[in-house]
Design a binder for this molecule. Structure first.
Ligand SMILES: Cc1ncc(COP(=O)(O)O)c(C=O)c1O
Length: 430
């Protein structure tokens, strides 16, 4: 196996250096920029398939069965969802829109797990009408509203209760969700009470926990998985299903680890089986809900350099034709990236640069302190690890249309999302 240059470490699995610079599955990134324009999201099918299959295969080893539910909030392009469904995953949806996206991509209702801390009547009706396998309740009001809809439809809905166990994780506080005070889930005591007194129309099957996202130190995820069966036993709850959420991180910069989603899933299964053995209770069916760790590493965003300038404090800006409209993560969480020039990723750097987005906000900066080799107008900047929470969070501030997306597979690329045109931007005006 050839060793990848350090600059390529956060790129998708098929990334390699060719005569035109970085290639994905043999397709040069610069060629994709020429053919489809920029900004452009590029996804590597092989990277997605490998990770989705690894999780599904790990779940085959779960003693009482397992189900992998892909979190659509991280990526919902129809062609990508089809790949994930073909790999054997189900779908985790947090709105009527995400339910529609899952159904369009061919997921069956029996593969859907429905979420949301403030589900509307429309979201709940969409879940019931899709015959969703499970709805994860976020509180008593959620339960009452869903129960009324189920009674109207003459149907009983299987549900889980989302618990905020008060476990802190080492991630940005804006993407931590399992701590005391989180807006997601209920206290363990409230969860147990709710599960023991389900309104007519609902059948409680177990518990759910999701601690947060971009978690590279997996110990808290394993601790939560160990804690819930013991808690269920102490409360006298019959835990048929344990859904341990998602949260596994990915490598954004070369110095970070790249955890293996399959190995992590096996660790979760083993931890749950061990604690159930210790507690003398049956092992529940295990559900996992990975998003970022399936698709994040598979994505690259391409930009064109629009201009460079050195300013009053001596720093040099490299302005590109995208920014916060296609990447919300920098502004939301101070996320860091390792951009390179697609044609010259390993060339000796000429200095340290700041990558400016094109939006009229001073905070629209894609990366700071980036070592690049004399970036110039027309160069293509490639930002790796942008397959999750980029396209799904894109917006059209300043009325820049949202980017196109292509999927690279078997040595060629196909357009899977067309670029938003100026006409598209006005298509909702009445
Ligand atoms: C309930 C739930 N499940 C799964 C996920 C997916 O998390 P990740 O993309 O970090 O794996 C999220 C994301 O926040 C979530 O809220």
């Amino acid at each position: 196996m050839t060793t990848r240059p350090t600059a390529l470490l956060p790129f998708p699995d098929t990334a390699a250096l060719g005569p035109r610079g970085i290639e994905l599955d043999g397709v040069p990134l610069t060629q994709l920029a020429e053919e489809h324009g920029t900004p452009l999201y590029v996804y590597d099918a092989a990277s997605i398939r490998t990770r989705a299959r690894a999780v599904v295969e790990a779940l085959h080893e779960a003693p009482n069965g397992g189900h992998a539910s892909f979190a659509l909030k991280s990526q919902s392009a129809s062609r990508v969802l089809e790949l994930i469904r073909e790999a054997g995953m189900g779908a985790d949806c947090a709105s009527a829109g995400e339910i529609a996206a899952a159904l369009r991509a061919g997921f069956a209702g029996s593969g859907l797990v429905i979420h949301g801390n403030a589900k509307s009547e429309e979201d709940l009706r969409a879940a019931v009408e899709a015959d969703a396998r499970l709805v994860v309740l976020d509180g008593r009001d959620d339960a009452d509203r869903l129960a009324a809809i189920c009674r109207e439809h003459g149907r009983t809905q299987d549900v889980l209760i989302r618990i905020a166990p008060g476990i802190d994780v080492n991630t940005h506080r804006h993407i931590a969700t399992g701590h005391h005070g989180s807006k997601f889930g209920v206290t363990p005591a409230e969860g147990a009470a709710l599960l023991k007194a389900m309104p007519d129309g609902l059948k409680g099957r177990g518990l759910h926990v999701h601690l947060g996202s971009q978690i590279l130190d997996t110990e808290p995820l394993i601790s939560a998985a160990r804690w819930l069966p013991a808690f269920a036993k102490a409360e006298g709850i019959d835990l048929e299903i344990l859904d341990v959420g998602g949260g596994l991180g990915i490598r954004y910069t070369p110095d970070q680890d790249m955890p293996d989603p399959g190995a992590h899933t096996r660790n979760l299964i083993e931890a749950i089986a061990t604690v159930c053995g210790d507690e003398g209770i049956p092992v529940p069916e295990v559900i996992v809900e990975p998003g970022r760790s399936i698709v994040g590493q598979a994505g690259v965003t391409l930009y064109t350099v629009i201009g460079t300038k050195t300013v009053g404090d001596g720093s040099t800006w490299v302005a590109v034709d995208g920014g916060m409209g296609d990447n919300m993560r920098v502004g939301l969480y101070g996320a860091t990236y390792a951009p390179v020039l697609a044609a010259r990723p390993t060339e000796e750097p000429s200095g340290s640069y700041r990558i400016a987005g094109r939006h009229c906000e001073s905070t629209d900066v894609l990366a700071e302190g980036v070592a690049l080799p004399s970036p110039a107008v027309g160069d293509i900047v490639a930002v790796p690890a942008t397959g999750a929470y980029h396209q799904t969070m894109a917006h059209s501030y300043n009325l820049f249309g949202r980017p196109a997306a292509v999927l690279v597979e078997g040595g060629s690329a196909r357009l899977i999302t067309r670029r938003e045109s100026v006409d598209d931007l006005f298509s909702r005006d009445v």
